[in-house]
Each structure stands twice: as C-alpha cells, then as structure tokens.
Design a protein around this ligand. Structure first.
Ligand code: THU
Length: 136
C-alpha cells in the first residue's frame, strides 16, 4: 500500500462524513499490519460532545475487528469537503494513536487530494504519556 493509495482512501472516506454543525468533512484511512485498511469519517452530534473524529472511528473499527498492530494512517479534511492544506489530528486522536502505536507510527496529512505531509507520532506527540507508563 503506497502512501498515495492510503491518502486516496482517506479522501474517499470524507464522503461519509456526518458534519452538519461544523461542515468540516474529515476522512481517515488506517493501514494495519494484516494489510487491511480501515477507514473512518467524523461523526458529529447535536449535543456536540459525543462527536467522534475520523481517526478515532478508523482506530476503533480496526481494534474492534481484532487488529493489534498498525503501520500508518492517512488523514484528509477540509471545510465543506475542500482540502486546502493539512487537517492535523486533534490532541485526543494523538493520544488514542499512542495507546495502540509506537513513536515511529507514520501519519500522512493530505495537503491536497494527491500531496501530503509525512510525520511520525513522536513529531505530533512528543514526551507522550503511554501504556508503558501505567503497565509496569
Ligand atoms: N475532526 C476530526 O475528524 N479529526 C481531527 O483530528 C480534528 C477534528 C472533526 C471533528 C469535528 O467533526 C470537526 O472535525 C470540527 O472539529
């Protein structure tokens, strides 16, 4: 799975965004070690706090299907579904990634439908609090 292919899955996942309040359409595509891709879209709620980000939808789908190890995630998003620069994962999603991934996990953030910025989870969440800090 190339980075560009994974970005394409994330861009396609934006179609299923349920975002009537923010009009920010976000898609994510998570590649597991098994080779399977799990997509997610943000799902908003009238009560606001139950809203779930695209990245967490992708992770929770994968975890609930039995996946344990992850290679990389692609994220694409934009106001009214127009990708106009990166849509960086929020802090809560970064912490969820850290629960299931190590520092070298790759995060691809779409800058346009075909170009992306590549960083590691450590870039996004330095000095992280992780499962290893609790389970000793
Ligand atoms: N959102 C995501 O889906 N992922 C992020 O990492 C940041 C924010 C969504 C949540 C909400 O539906 C909308 O973007 C505006 O915050």
């Amino acid at each position: 799975m190339t980075n560009n292919e994974l970005i394409s899955f994330a861009v396609k996942a934006m179609d299923n965004s349920y975002s009537p309040y923010s009009n920010c359409r976000v898609g994510a595509a998570l590649l597991a070690e098994s080779g399977k891709v799990y997509t997610g879209a943000n799902i908003e709620n009238a009560a606001f706090t139950p809203t779930v980000c695209a990245e967490r939808v992708a992770f929770f789908k994968a975890i609930s299907e039995g996946e344990k190890t992850f290679i990389k995630i692609a994220v694409a998003g934009g106001k009214n579904g127009v990708i106009n620069g990166i849509f960086a994962p929020c802090g809560v999603c970064r912490q969820v990634m850290r629960e299931f991934c190590k520092d070298d996990f790759q995060v691809l953030m779409a800058e346009s439908p075909s170009t992306y910025k590549e960083v590691t989870l450590k870039d996004l969440l330095p000095y992280s609090f992780s499962p290893e800090d609790v389970i000793k």
